[in-house]
Design a protein around this ligand. Sequence first.
Ligand SMILES: Cc1ncc(COP(=O)(O)O)c(C=O)c1O
Ligand SMILES: N[C@@H](CCOP(=O)(O)O)C(=O)O
Length: 505
Amino acid sequence: MASTQLLNSSSLLSKSSSPSPRHHRHRHLKPPQTITCTATPSITSPPLPQPSPSLPTTFSAKYVPFTSISTNTPTPESYSLDDVVYRSRDGGLLDVQHDMDALKQYDAVYWKSLFDSRVGTTRWPYGSGVWSKKEWVLPEIDNDDIISAFEGNSNLFWAERFGKKFLGMNDLWVKHCGISHTGSFKDLGMTVLVSQVNRLRKMNRPLVGVGCASTGDTSAALSAYCAAANIPSIVFLPANRISMAQLVQPIANGAFVLSIDTDFDGCMKLIRQITAELPIYLANSLNSLRLEGQKTAAIEILQQFDWEVPDCVIIPGGNLGNIYAFYKGFKMCEELGLVDKIPRLVCAQAENANPLFQYYRSGWKEFKPVKANTTFASAIQIGDPVSIDRAVFALKNSNGIVEEATEEELMDAMALADSTGMFICPHTGVALSALMKLRRNGIISPTDRTVVVSTAHGLKFTQAKIEYHSGGIKEMDCRFANPPDSVKADFGLVMDELKNFLSRR
Ligand SMILES: Cc1ncc(COP(=O)(O)O)c(C=O)c1O
Ligand SMILES: N[C@@H](CCOP(=O)(O)O)C(=O)O
């Protein structure tokens, strides 16, 4: 039932049968103010500042070795975003570096006004929460090459009841990145990556498809965006380790799906080897393009708070790209003067897959990959995260914290959140458990403005919820289970049940 609901609600799928969802109407029209090949800032509303003719009208970005960012050392090594490259010459990570000098020519008021003016519009592609920040994301792409489902602009939910009831907090927020086209935050990165592949294929670059290893969400996003762009997608899934709802997504979207008898880390190793051999573009977050889209969620949070910076942001971590993406989004806002500080970042891991937590607890002495054990937070069952260096950098530079959650803690937290009207995924349960611990030990105070990043839709994880609420999980009390009562179709018996229920309230 969960998967049916998700598939029915996907606007990507309905696109082919119904050619004119509201935001596609303008796609091939060029309204006077639309930016085309260059990223000329364009503003027409009277109160918005106009770029002066003497200021730059194009922006650019390139790949540089991540170490040049983390050590703040200029490097001659760089690559065009049109190159197919995932690693620096010495085998390290890459990062997308924007021409900050050009961006700094415009003041903070300009950027805030520009971004705010695009929220909720139907103007292609700026109505997307990602592409509303195009100049900071992928400035040089032609608008017609963009593959978007108007992702982003997700609800920043005031978790009033959860905060007050369980934590004594009045300023707790949940950023629902999972309420999205394919049901997770991966849409934010995938629109950027697939758009760039679309551009490269139009430039006749010999890319036969796009591939990823996945614990479920990356593959769902990849296959949907590729289907929309008519680009072949190839996904490697760890056999029997992802939810049925996640498995059916790439299948339905026409991906070539290999269910492989290994764990995620094994699939990741294989896809890296395959993409080194074949002209298949790598879609995992090792590819730094993905993080450019994901970082917009951080910018969006600031925008939703009228550019006030929250005290703390808690993010569940697996392959560890997202924690860096959030850091990058916040940092860019600080560097360009939109805010004057960044929030404290917390990365939350499942105890059963906690290599970052162990590294943190050792005082950052030595990183050791782990064999990730089964966890209800199956999308973060990852023992050898590719973005470990990015995550450590983000945490060290944000006074960051790493926390972990046991299976019982994460499932209880999920059940408690659901009981206050949310319907979250187990990964968000991990983040909420971390928050509960940090509140208990006083690191987060009752008045701290705190944002928990919810990464996937709860409907993808109904099986975990069913097991919890039926109380059938080994060695777990399932304290907050709410199983249905069975009763015969008899007025008196139904009345008895109801009286019983009401007397307990
Ligand atoms: C639902 C969900 N939450 C959290 C994560 C963790 O994100 P990251 O791998 O960027 O740390 C993932 C994927 O790994 C995910 O699918
Ligand atoms: N949770 C992820 C794991 C892969 O992460 P990625 O961000 O590197 O693609 C998934 O859904 O597959």
